[in-house]
Design a protein around this ligand. Structure first.
Ligand SMILES: [Zn+2]
Ligand SMILES: [Zn+2]
Length: 266
């Protein structure tokens, strides 16, 4: 087994994923308190001490809530320069020790232990938001959330990744009918720099299945404008409609806002 992956928690209220290859463990985003992340890590048999780095996709609070505390515990935090500036400006981090701050360049691959990391530019209303490809041995994980659409260059780069974590944020009808959401916010979510809907995700997935992706996890579900059943059923129907045999050719899984998801190894 080259790569292990687990969404520790995911949703519009907080996001954090675990990935490991051989002896290198990393987190992607830290959108919960350090103690919450620690507790979730224990459930996958890991601890903060083993984490070689925390990759940050963008500066929204549901991705960086625990960053300040993790940095002060000595973890290295990886983000591009614009995201660092936006995180520091937000005032949500507190003091960041010098040695904890690592800057990467969007679209420039780098190594983290034996893992290869490629940050890819996505389309979201943040300073310089990215998705990631994580490579371990011959295996790849692609993580794409918080994007209004899937940029063709990102699709090209990630097609056929062994594991794909893709955003399936909202059901369009539920969002449009939500009386608690101001029109402005609905426009933002539905816009080109917003979030992928269930329908948008479902249209994308068969192309990954056809290119050899064997594991797909739906992520960043809105707790107000979506349900796990709607997201799963929309994705499953689209895959089945393209002749994909779920459970045999491809595993389709979910991530959860308040509990650890399935651990996958490829
Ligand atoms: Zn965001
Ligand atoms: Zn988010």
């Amino acid at each position: 087994m080259d790569l292990v992956f687990c969404p520790l928690f995911s949703g519009s209220t907080g996001n954090c994923c675990f990935a490991a290859a051989h002896d290198v463990c990393i987190l992607v985003d830290a959108g919960g308190s350090a103690s919450r992340i620690e507790a979730a890590l224990r459930q996958v048999g890991a601890s903060l001490r083993q984490i070689a780095g925390v990759l940050i996709t963008h500066e929204h609070i549901d991705h960086i809530q625990g960053v300040g505390v993790l940095a002060r515990k000595g973890l290295k935090i990886y983000a591009n320069e614009a995201t660092w500036q936006a995180m520091l400006l937000s005032g949500k981090l507190g003091e960041i020790p010098r040695g904890s701050r690592v800057v990467f360049g969007t679209s420039h691959s780098f190594g983290l232990g034996r893992l290869g990391i490629t940050p890819l530019p996505i389309s979201h209303d943040a300073a310089d938001p990215v998705g990631f490809v994580i490579q371990g041995g011959r295996r790849r994980i692609a993580l794409i959330t918080d994007t209004g659409h899937l940029p063709p260059a990102v699709e090209e780069e990630t097609l056929g990744a062994d594991i794909l974590m893709l955003e399936s944020n909202h059901d369009i009808a539920l969002l449009e009918a939500n009386a608690h959401y101001p029109l402005q916010l609905k426009r933002r979510i539905l816009g080109n720099k917003g979030h992928l809907s269930n329908d948008a995700a479902a249209q994308i997935l068969p192309r990954y299945a056809a290119a050899g992706t064997t594991h797909i996890v739906l992520a960043h579900l809105s707790q107000e404008n979506n349900t796990p059943e709607l997201a799963f059923d929309t994705a499953a129907a689209s895959l089945a409609g393209h002749g994909v045999e779920l459970g045999r050719q491809l595993q389709l899984g979910m991530s959860w806002p308040h509990r650890v998801g399935e651990i996958w190894g490829v």
